[in-house]
Design a protein around this ligand. Structure first.
Ligand code: NDP
Ligand code: 8X3
Length: 245
């Protein structure tokens, strides 16, 4: 199961995992994108429409999975977003609520809905999409960085709490990945979004999907706990060396 499968890293994970022979439950809010994925992948893909912030519908959707799709082996908790890039003392409450509700509470909702079945079956892997932003705050990143720091703690906590089981728990921490992320962050300002990737070759969704697939395909006794994946010329959340800046 991949959350936020309708764009960027999530969509790339859908493709990579299906190419590798998995069947994928693709979840998201964008019905037309989910239908397009269904048209492309047919029987290998089950589209599931819900907003990860809607706990009741998210839980009901997992509980009502059709026969043959109930035993989720891998959960890629990917749905998430940044909204705004402003000093903390000037930030927007609604943007903060949306990031906290999606990146932290949505991820917890999905974990709570899916992981008990994995524990029962003695089989499963949770791959959470954190960020380099969770390692240290960068200028004006404040609340987004905090949500990704929370994802790191929540991932570590889960790894501890299932350590007595065969389950594996992985945190992927990407740096600059060119997706819809910056367009969403800047509320649709395409020019500002493009500037984020100027003068550096950013990562792609496929690069992160490759890492997710690698973590999933290691032997059962190997647990990739964490991977920090940066663009070359990016050293951390705030050190990016651009050509012709
Ligand atoms: P995109 O904007 O391309 O994709 C985000 C996906 O999450 C979309 O499918 C979006 O759906 C979905 N989503 C957002 N909110 C919700 C919600 N409430 N319920 C269900 N789905 C939702 O960005 P990315 O692919 O880059 O982002 C994916 C993840 O990667 C995020 O968690 C992000 O924080 C993280 N990340 C991104 C980095 C980057 O530089 N791009 C770097 C590090 C981490 P919809 O279109 O309906 O909004
Ligand atoms: C997304 C990467 O550096 O823009 O998490 O925060 S960054």
């Amino acid at each position: 199961m991949v959350t936020g499968a309708t764009s960027g890293i999530g969509e790339a994970c859908v493709r990579r995992f299906i190419q590798a022979g998995y069947r994928v439950i693709a979840t998201g809010r964008n019905v037309s994108r989910l239908n397009a994925l269904k048209d492309e992948f047919g029987a290998d893909l089950l589209p599931l429409v819900f907003d990860v912030r809607d706990r009741e519908i998210a839980e009901a959707s997992v509980s009502a999975l059709p026969a043959g799709w109930r035993e989720i082996d891998i959960l890629v908790n990917n749905a998430g977003l940044a909204l705004g890039l402003d000093p903390e003392y000037l930030g927007d409450h609604t943007d903060w609520d949306t990031m906290i509700d999606t990146n932290i509470k949505g991820l917890l909702t999905m974990t709570r809905a899916v992981v008990p079945g994995m524990v029962e079956r003695g089989r499963g892997h949770v791959i959470n999409i954190g960020s380099v932003a969770g390692d240290a705050a960068y200028a004006n990143g404040n609340v987004y960085c905090a949500t990704k720091a929370a994802v790191k703690s929540i991932t570590d906590g889960l790894r501890i709490d299932v350590a007595h089981t065969p389950l594996r728990v992985t945190l992927l921490k990407p740096g600059l990945v060119e997706t819809n992320f910056s367009r969403v962050r800047f509320h649709g300002d395409a020019e500002r979004a493009e500037n984020v990737y100027k003068g550096i070759t950013p990562l792609t969704g496929d690069d992160i999907a490759d890492a997710a697939l690698y973590a999933a395909q290691t032997p059962a006794h190997v647990q990739i706990a964490e991977m920090l994946i940066l663009a070359t010329h990016q050293a951390n959340g705030s050190t990016i060396v651009r050509q012709n800046p």
